[in-house]
Structure formats: C-alpha cells, structure tokens
Design a protein around this ligand. Structure first.
Ligand code: PXG
Length: 459
C-alpha cells in the first residue's frame, strides 16, 4: 500500500466515521472499525482505497447486472445529462428517454404487461403497488378490498409502507407496520426442516405453505383482500428457492379468489434467474410487477411498476386522475441509462448466455461447495445462490445466532478478496450476469478457502 493511499483511506474513513449514518448498520460498531472505502470498479471487480481488488459476487447490492464500466451506459447517461438533465412527467409532458424506456419495457416484460409507472427505487415501486392496488379496487366499486397478504421474511423496501409489506421482524420492531397488511408463512424448506428435526417432503411443504394464503383469505373474507405480494425467489431473506409445488398452487389460489398477484421483481428481474423475469421462470402472469436494481444495472437510481393490461385498462379508462407520483418519476438521465442497459443486454444476448452457459456452470460448481463440512444446504437458480452454514449437516442442526458464523465467513471472504453477503448463516451470491467461467472458478477457490478459515475459527 502506498503512503498516499494510506493517507487517503484515513481521510475518507475519518470523514465517513464523523458524519455518515450508514443504512442497516450499527453505527457504534462501525465507528470502532471504520468503513472499507470502495473507490473504483471494472467488470466484476471492485478496488478499495488501499488498492485491494475484490471479486464482487453480490453485483453491488444485487443490482450491477451488466457489470462495472459499461461504456454504452456511461455514454448514454453523459449525453442525456447534457441534452436534458431534468424534466418531469407531470402535467401532460414527457421526454424521449421515458417514452423509449416504457416502450422497451413493454417489449422485454411478459406480453400482458404494457405500461410502466416510474419511480426512483424499489421501495417507491412497492409504495406505488399498494396505492395502485387500492385504487384499482376502489375504481371497481370495491373500496373495502384493502388487505395485502405478504410473507414472513420478505423484503420489499425500507419506506414505512414497503417495510410493512416486507416481513422482516427487526424492521417491524422499529416502527410497527401500517394497517391492512398481513403476513403468511414463507416457503423456506430448509429452515422448517431444521426446526422440525425430522424429514419433511419438500413438495408437500410447498403445497401446505401455499394453502396458508387461501386460509388467510378465508379468515379475512375475500371481499377484504386486495392482493398477494411475493418475490418469485426471496432475495434478502436468504435466496429462498420455493419447492416446485409452491408457485403453481399460489397462482391457482390467486386466480380462484380473483385477488391481484404482485410479483416483486426488484432482485429477480433483468436476467437474474436466467430468464428476463422471475415470473417467466415460474409462468406467473402477475397483475403488478415492481422493478428496480437491474433495470439500470444500478448505474443510476430508477424503478417502476409494470402494470398488466387488465389493471391498466381499469386505471386508464375508468380511473380518472391517479393522485400519485414523484419528482423523479421517469428521470431523463436515469431513464437514458436504463434504455442503454436494456439495449446492451439485448445486444449481448446476455439472458440467453446466462441461461445456457453461465448459470448452469455456476450452479454446478456452487454445489461442489456443498461437500464442505460447514455447508448444510446449497440452493440457487440462475445467478442467485446460497450456502447455508450449519453446525451439524447430518442432523440439520444450525449454529446459535450468537456464534455469528455468517459474519465470520463474510470477514474471511473480504480478506480473501471475495464479496459474499451473509444473511444470518447463509452466504449469499448474486453476481453480475457478465461473470465468466474463469471468474466462477476463482470464486469457488476463494469461497472454499473462506469456509476453511471459518471452520478453523469456530473450532
Ligand atoms: N423489493 C425487493 C425484492 C428488494 O430486494 C426492494 C424491493 C427495495 O428496493 P430499494 O431500491 O428501495 O432498496 C429490494 C431491495 C440486502 C438488501 O441487504 C437488499 C435490498 C436493499 C438493500 C439491502 O440484501 N433489496
């Protein structure tokens, strides 16, 4: 490390420690350690202020799908900021980037979705989902249909409405939840298997958990229920891939009761699962579909809600003015970056490449890590994966929370120039879609080493 680099690191850490309140971080703990300062990035690698490189197996925060340093996206955003840095989409105006992006989205999303409402984030998209679902039923003369059924351990964002929709207990404890939102069981087979301490048929479990949605609708009365919301694969909850029986059953239940199905595609969207959207993988045909993150590969903040034709028809032809919107809805520079990102995905045929080549290889090699003594379960689809670290893999016994095994492994990963995210004791990956096979090999090598070091620490 050069002298200048060390001085710079100290400078940024000092300022950051003194003035920056970080999201989802214990500030006192951070003050004792100082933040790692990330200064630059290229491809699938990050570089910190001391000059260390890291293989970024989290694509930032599940978002840099096309990797860092993509010239097309950078050029489009730069040109747009000169041409028109800002204008709004209120008062019957629009601009080329928002118009072009809405057209492109109609093309790449499922065929029955042809309209977008733009936001700046996934949280705002989910706030929009709530207001839109309520508006839809209100316009149809059923204003009492307000309850939204969500799932425990879901993540839908951090605003009050989005965190209420989410099923994260620690978030609910710090502020409660808004009315008309209820949570049902998540389809987390491995957690249930450990909890029960005996065998559990995954497909039967999938059907049972789906049935809990129908039970909840019956309990509340269908005339009170507006929608069911879920991530096709739960992301921040720990990359929870549902049993095969789960989604077909959920779809049947939503159809049977005629409630709206909302698929939160903030993580699963834009190629993450080896399909354009998680809903394509499970053939969900949702009514509303919040999107963000991979929409611009995280280069600029933009999100939105895709609206199915049957909902759009009611809102457009019967609804009148929808009193909802943000200053930055469809922001021209963010929209231009998103347009360039989607065009780049199309040009590189990246979704097909992930589906046919990269994801099968990643999933195969990921399962090799399942042979490590610490790994109780490997799960994943496409470019999403999780390694569940356990105390006793034969008997499905987890570590105690206070053992902090996930955090220990995350620290070893960093020290081994690898970024994995820990969700409890599950080590999570969600790498850029442009990851090459050689980089997957490097990941496996570094991950195995990090697991070994974690195991040594525990002993
Ligand atoms: N829905 C889903 C499924 C998400 O994963 C949001 C909505 C909210 O998006 P915004 O853009 O408002 O953050 C998310 C975000 C983590 C982590 O630690 C995950 C997210 C955000 C921050 C941290 O895994 N997901």
């Amino acid at each position: 490390m050069s002298q200048t680099k060390a001085v710079n690191t100290e400078k940024w850490q000092g300022l950051d420690g003194a003035h920056h309140l970080h999201p989802f971080t214990n500030p006192k703990e951070l003050k004792q350690q100082a933040a790692r300062i990330i200064e630059s990035a290229n491809g699938v690698y990050l570089t910190d202020s001391d000059g260390n490189d890291y293989l970024d197996m989290m694509a930032g925060l599940w978002c840099v799908n096309m990797g860092y340093g993509q010239k097309d996206i950078i050029a489009a955003a730069s040109a747009q900021i000169e041409q028109l840095p800002y204008y709004n989409a209120f008062f019957k105006t629009s601009h080329p980037p928002a118009a072009e992006l809405s057209g492109l989205l109609a093309e790449v999303t499922p065929a029955h979705m042809n309209h977008t409402f733009f936001t700046s984030s996934g949280s705002e998209a989910n706030d929009t989902v709530i207001r839109m679902a309520w508006r839809y039923w209100d316009v149809l003369g059923k204003p009492e249909k307000r309850v939204i059924i969500s799932r425990k351990n879901a993540y839908h964002g951090s605003t009050i409405a989005a965190s209420s929709l989410g099923g994260m207990e620690d978030m609910h404890k710090q502020g409660g939840i808004i009315p008309d939102i209820v949570h049902v069981e998540q389809p987390h087979w491995f957690a249930k298997r450990c909890e029960l301490g005996h065998d559990l048929d995954a497909n039967e479990f999938g059907r049972e958990v789906a049935q809990s949605i129908a039970d909840k609708i019956e309990e509340l009365g269908v005339d009170k229920v507006a929608a069911f919301i879920a991530e096709p694969i739960q992301g921040a909850g720990g990359v929870i891939v549902p049993p095969e029986t789960y989604w077909p059953e959920v779809k049947k239940i939503c159809d049977h009761y005629g409630i709206l199905l909302v698929a939160d595609e903030v993580i699963c969207g834009f190629g993450r699962t080896g399909h354009w959207f998680g809903t394509d993988l499970y053939d969900l045909k949702p009514d509303l579909m919040p999107i963000a993150k991979g929409l611009s590969s995280g280069y600029l903040p933009i999100g939105g809600v895709m609206v199915a034709d049957r909902v759009a028809d009611v809102l457009i032809n019967q609804g009148g003015e929808f009193n909802h919107g943000f200053t930055y809805s469809g922001h021209p520079v963010c929209a231009a970056a998103a347009v360039a990102n989607i065009k780049l995905m199309q040009k590189e045929n990246i979704v097909q490449k992930v589906h046919d080549e990269t994801a099968p290889y990643l999933q195969k090699r990921l399962r090799e890590l399942g042979e490590h003594a610490l790994v109780g379960q490997v799960r994943g689809v496409g470019m999403l994966g999780a390694l569940e670290l356990v105390k006793d893999k034969e008997n499905f016994i987890k570590f105690d929370k206070d053992d902090n095994v996930g955090t220990i492994c995350r620290t070893h990963s960093f020290d081994n120039h690898l970024i994995m995210r820990a969700v409890g004791d599950a080590m999570i990956i969600s790498p850029p879609l442009v990851l090459e096979k050689s980089e997957i090999d490097l990941f496996i090598e570094r991950a195995w080493k990090s697991l070994d070091l974690t195991q040594k620490d525990i002993k």
